[in-house]
Design a protein around this ligand. Structure first.
Ligand code: GLU
Length: 388
């Protein structure tokens, strides 16, 4: 079967594939400890579910505007104004099927063949593929453990060419959990303004920061960067709503209008009654977000201490998100072989670093309960010992 060239340039999402494999093994009765997909294990808070149920009962079951329910767009704009100091109104906001679709849409409306997009590695695995699917060229800039896996302003400056269109910023980061400090964000903003680029700021993990790490939205740094920023986020991580598929893109009205046009011919509106759950998430009590963050913080400590106690494994302390990104290169296996064998020999599921642009690491999501973390650590230790 001849398929279009664009699809043969990309590979299936490894995070989704490994998470699905772990779930399938569990369903077969295999006792798997899964640290694969970044998916909070909590139930969606009850008041959010109740709002969606009520919307369903009230008949909110019809097509809605492609850009999203007006009340939700307004609530998102209000949140971005008050919490992130981003001066947006409803016309600056598009409601999407998750943060993934918002970035996908953006690439589709911004990029022409040959346009370059700078992506620091380690990166979330879908960014380069979304760039390729839009006909653009991902320019990967390697970062190091020493720089906290963050791109430096100098590195960014050096990667810019006349073809550069966009820079992808993700803080807190998936997969490293690193958080750019406000000073670092300001320095990056300066480079973007000087070079007259655009930046997409993926802030899906903004609510999950530890040890006082502060999240700063790059678009809030000043008027010049505000005009060049497109902010992407969603409800999945902060409110444990992964399966709801509700995200958003916020930015200059012409970009939002273009992404709305694209969406009007692809997926149309996000599930109407689900959007009412998202409205309740934003307008309702926020304690649930903090409770989950505290649970992640505790798990992070347990998992980090367990990993760093192992000979041959070293793991920097992340300041956000819910991932650890240990270096496993001393064990003499590539990350894919490591993860395949870890699953086969100890029934522990993890994501190979190669999916995120580095073969020296693996990614472990600790958005899972403590008993699983403790059991998983014991198995991980057995695995590492047997391969030292
Ligand atoms: N963003 C999550 C992860 O990295 C969910 C899976 C995905 O969409 O890639 O695990």
């Amino acid at each position: 079967m001849k398929l279009a060239a664009r699809i043969s340039q990309v590979t299936p999402s490894m995070t989704l594939a490994i998470a699905a494999k772990a779930k399938a093994l569990k369903a077969e009765g295999v006792d798997v400890c899964s640290f694969s997909a970044g998916e909070p294990d909590f139930e969606t808070p009850a008041h959010i579910k109740a709002a969606a149920k009520q919307a369903l009962d009230e008949g909110k079951t019809r097509y809605g505007p492609a850009a999203g329910e007006p009340e939700l767009r307004e609530a998102i704009a209000h949140k971005l104004q008050t919490e992130n100091l981003l001066c947006y109104s409803a016309e600056n906001v598009l409601v999407t099927n998750g943060g993934k679709q918002s970035i996908y849409n953006l690439m589709q409306v911004l990029l022409d063949p040959g346009d370059e997009v700078i992506i620091p590695a380690p990166y979330w695995l879908s960014y380069p593929e979304m760039v390729r699917l839009a006909g653009g060229t991902p320019i990967i800039v390697e970062t190091t453990l020493e720089s906290g896996y963050k791109i430096t302003p100098e590195q960014l400056r050096q990667a810019i060419t006349p073809k550069t269109r966009l820079f992808v910023l993700n803080s807190p980061s998936n997969p490293t959990g690193m958080v750019y400090t406000p000073e670092e964000i300001r320095a990056i903003a300066q480079v973007i303004v000087e070079a007259d680029l655009l930046v997409v700021s993926d802030e899906i993990y903004e609510k999950i920061c530890y040890d006082g790490a502060e999240h700063l939205s790059i678009g809030a740094v000043g008027p010049e960067i505000y005009e060049r920023t497109i902010t992407s986020s969603g409800f999945a991580k902060a409110y444990s709503m992964t399966g709801w598929r509700i995200g958003y893109l916020a930015g200059p009205p012409e970009i939002i209008r273009a992404t709305t046009t694209l969406q009007s011919h692809s997926t149309s509106n996000v599930c109407t009654f689900a959007q009412y759950g998202a409205i309740a998430a934003l307008k309702g009590p926020q304690d649930c977000v903090e409770e989950m963050r505290q649970a992640f913080a505790q798990r992070r400590q347990v998992m980090l201490a367990g990993l760093n106690a192992l000979e041959g494994v070293s793991c920097p302390e992340p300041k956000g998100a819910f991932y650890l990104f240990p270096d496993i290169s001393k064990l003499g296996m590539g990350s894919l072989e490591f993860c395949n064998r870890l699953l086969e020999e100890q029934q522990v599921a993890a994501i190979p670093g190669m999916a995120f642009g580095t073969d020296a690491n693996i990614r472990l999501s600790y958005a899972t309960d403590l008993p699983t973390i403790e059991k998983g650590l014991e198995r991980f230790e057995r695995f590492v010992r047997s391969h030292l």
